[in-house]
Write a new protein. Structure first.
Length: 185
């Protein structure tokens, strides 16, 4: 990158906002799970703050990621292709996964921040669990469409994020089962 024009061209903004959004959503997912562990009970408020803040940061960066596609000269998108799954002329399925992931996250964030007090806890929890398929769709979208997937650092980001999420999920399931067995026993 020789100058600021090259650094701030639309393709670079799309790539970096996509990576940042993936980072923020992974962070939100990780801290959401960490906040549920008994070991971190005293840090629950801090973890919840990080969880909520990183989810909103993810929403904002993914919006920049999506809207920058409108001005990209290499592969320009139309508004309908950014917001309607399977409407894209370019990599239809991979684009759709990103759009579906975005709407699932938006639903979770909206119901958590705006509607949580109006929903039954079981309804809210059912909606909130949609972060897992959303994150998987984001991962698939990123790997499939990402031009940096073939770089060592791009692969390291995806493998690292997947390892963190799967490890935390496994530990959460193990702790939850252990607690369920001790309550029943």
């Amino acid at each position: 990158m020789n100058n600021l024009t090259e650094l701030f061209n639309s393709w670079h903004i799309i790539r970096w906002m996509g990576f940042m959004a993936f980072f923020f959503f992974t962070m939100s997912l990780a801290y959401g799970m960490l906040g549920r562990f008994k070991k971190f009970k005293k840090k629950k408020a801090l973890f919840n703050w990080i969880h909520i803040s990183s989810s909103w940061a993810g929403v904002l960066t993914v919006l920049v990621h999506m809207l920058t596609l409108l001005i990209n000269h290499y592969q320009p998108y139309k508004v309908v292709e950014i917001f309607i799954p399977f409407a894209s002329h370019y990599m239809r399925v991979a684009s759709a996964l990103g759009i579906i992931a975005f709407f699932l996250v938006l639903l979770v964030v909206f119901t958590s921040d705006v509607l949580m007090s109006k929903l039954k806890r079981t309804t809210w929890k059912t909606i909130h669990v949609l972060v897992f398929p959303s994150w998987l769709f984001m991962l698939a979208h990123s790997i499939w469409m990402g031009t940096d997937t073939r770089t060592w650092w791009g692969l390291a980001v995806y493998v690292g994020a997947t390892t963190i999420v799967l490890t935390l999920f496994a530990f959460y399931q193990w702790e939850h089962r252990k607690h369920t067995v001790s309550v029943r026993g």
